[in-house]
Design a binder for this molecule. Sequence first.
Ligand SMILES: Cc1ncc(COP(=O)(O)O)c(C=O)c1O
Length: 355
Amino acid sequence: MKLSKYLTSMPAYSPAPNTCKVRLNTNESPYDLPDYLKEEVIQKIREMPFNRYPNPRAVQLRDVAAEFFGVEPSMIMPGNGSGEWIKMLVSDLMEKGSKLLFLDPDFFIYRRQAGFAAMDMHLVSKDPDGFLTLERLLEILKEEKPDFFMFSNPCNPTGQGYTREEVKQIIAACGDGVVIVDEAYNDFFGESIIDYAVTTENVIVLRTCSKAIGLACARIGFAIANPQMIDLINHIRSPYSVSQTAQIIGEVVLKDKKYLKEITEKVIEEREITYKKLEELAAKYPEAMILKPSVSNFFFVRFADSEKICNGLKERSVAVRDFPRAPIPHTRITVGTPEENRALIEGLTEILAGK
Ligand SMILES: Cc1ncc(COP(=O)(O)O)c(C=O)c1O
């Protein structure tokens, strides 16, 4: 069989198991949908014809999302999670032989998709601490001259973010190359480039409902760009990829801006509280743990013995995500509810004290 060499050489992607009570391992929102919104969803699902395909352009969801993100409906297209857009844009947007540039570390799915699609991929390592100054990034882009540059802002896994003005400089440094700004975590940062992206020819912003919006179960993401680009990338979309159930869930929830603002603010507030507590631990045990500031809903922590820490937390029913072999070994810890974050800090305090 002439199977893909890339496929047969790759370890399977194993999503994190969810056996712990406190789940700080997948960057989800810790807040389940309130009952009044669930009731509205259920009512609409009752009225939904189950025998019909979903609306192929997810028109109602698209219109509500356009209003939510402050763009025209012609500038936005829903997908089956932003993961579907990542896959399609990496593999189908560019001519074969185009130079695709990714940073390392960044969301590892970019390079995985490029590998599957046998694209010409260039990986540039960030600094040894996983971060990259704007100046260095601009130099890299001017040197590399990529045809396609995709990056997450804020970055998964580091939690580092470039401001709007910085992202504009990044876009300018790419010339007429296509720039994909993956804003999966931007609600926690507030430095979105959407309004600028829709005025350019070559910039696509990706957003997801899986993080701040708290709808990871529904698999909804969006590509946002100028109307011509949206028309074009619509050709690579499979028409029924967003289920009608997901369309209904997204439509109901994105209308409730007040609720979404509230839960996002809660996570940001908890990030600041938890960061201070983690910072105290890092100051007390500088040999055991290095912490970096985050503008996202997770922390990038480097433990000297991450296996011991992660196992210790697991015994206390707290799951975090360890990446022991990534280019920069690190542990990613999602911000949870106040109780969950307390459990994290209590557990870490005990483990670091050798209890
Ligand atoms: C940077 C980044 N982009 C995109 C995604 C995918 O999100 P979705 O659930 O919309 O496919 C993730 C998920 O973890 C992510 O971290």
